[in-house]
Design a protein around this ligand. Structure first.
Ligand code: FAQ
Length: 311
């Protein structure tokens, strides 16, 4: 019965086995993976909008090329993760439809505006930095297609993080105005990036099963903590002050204590009321409609090839 399946499944997870698309799995495992993977794929796609705002205004040709390469990678990650999610029996059309209708979630962080060039440096350094902290453990998650997809994604995210930090170093070695731009961008992005890791463990309904089924190898708070630990010395090295007066190292626990996150703001952004939610969805719908002919052409071409191969 149902309990037998759950026990058999848990034994495989506990033994460190990978679950593959045609293996038996509890319906709740399939559902939560579709939930997380589709949100993740949507985040990769929507995540390019804050950056796209600055491609045409990048300060040098080299920075422009970097921004374009990063955006191309992110679209690729989105497609890759949509494909991995499709192995669970959901179609890409369905997932994309949920995004376009405003029903689907994607990372809250992408609903904030990019006001100047320094924002791109900070998104790379801290946004991608947070993304990697979360995604490296996903390379070891229990679902084979997701875990394998994450290997390439993490290599590319690591390049994104480095290009962001390098751009940040350039700013912080620049004029007083440039240094101020760098600090201002960190001031505006620090808290939205803290929120990327999700609610505190006590308020995270999906953590218990996520950890039990090794979809999540660390909890939201554990990853947030690892991120702060890694980031504090990087900030210090380039003269950036982290905009949290309560941030302090606790010698006894070995942890960084941080100020309270504004959870009202977090939930309002998740529910669609952030500063840019409307713009992001509008931009996505427009791109989808205007790109429809490409999809139709590709499908017509594929049908023609298939017919030719069959003949
Ligand atoms: N924003 O019970 P939990 C990137 C939702 S990186 C919006 O803790 P879970 C690369 C959550 O979905 C960003 N919603 O949920 C890039 C749930 O709602 P539901 C994407 C959030 O799944 C970088 C509810 O709150 N990365 O794109 C957020 O156990 C730079 C309760 O939360 C991934 O998606 C949030 N921040 O933990 C691109 C990684 N946090 O579904 C361009 C994979 C929570 O029950 C530039 N995902 N919620 O209706 C995960 O690791 C997990 O899904 C978490 C959330 C950690 C995000």
């Amino acid at each position: 019965g149902e309990q037998d399946l759950l026990d058999r499944f848990q034994a495989r997870i506990d033994a460190g086995e990978k679950i593959e698309p045609n293996d038996e799995m509890p319906e709740a495992y399939r559902k939560t993976l579709i939930r997380q993977m589709s949100q993740h794929a949507h985040s990769e796609i929507v995540g390019v909008y804050p950056e796209a705002n600055w491609v045409t205004r990048a300060p040098t040709l080299r920075r422009k090329l970097q921004a374009m390469a990063k955006i191309q990678d992110e679209f690729g990650h989105g497609l890759y993760i949509y494909s991995a999610a499709e192995t669970l029996g959901v179609s890409r059309e369905e997932m994309v439809g949920q995004l376009l209708s405003g029903k689907a979630k994607y990372s809250s962080v992408f609903n904030y505006p990019t006001l100047n060039w320094a924002d791109l440096a900070v998104i790379g350094w801290l946004g991608d930095g947070a993304a990697i902290m979360n995604q490296i453990p996903l390379c070891r998650c229990s679902y084979g297609p997701y875990a394998r997809a994450m290997v390439l994604v993490c290599k590319e995210e690591s390049f994104h993080q480095r290009q962001g930090y390098e751009a940040m170093v350039a700013l912080m070695n620049g004029s007083p105005e440039q240094k101020a731009m760098g600090q201002d961008a960190v001031n505006r992005w620090w808290w939205p990036i803290m929120m990327m890791f999700g609610p505190h463990d006590a308020d995270s309904p999906n953590t218990e099963t996520g950890v039990k089924w090794k979809i999540k190898n660390f909890t939201n708070d554990e990853l947030r903590q690892k991120f702060i630990k890694a980031t504090v010395p990087q900030a210090k090295l380039i003269g950036i002050e982290i905009p949290d007066p309560d941030l302090r190292f606790n010698e006894e626990t070995g942890d960084w204590e941080h100020g309270e996150i504004d959870w009202d703001e977090f939930w309002s952004v998740v529910k669609g009321q952030g500063p840019c939610n409307h713009d992001r969805i509008t931009a996505r719908r427009k791109a989808h409609a205007e790109g429809a002919w490409v999809l139709e052409a590709a499908q017509a071409y594929a049908a023609k090839q298939a017919a030719r191969n069959a003949a």
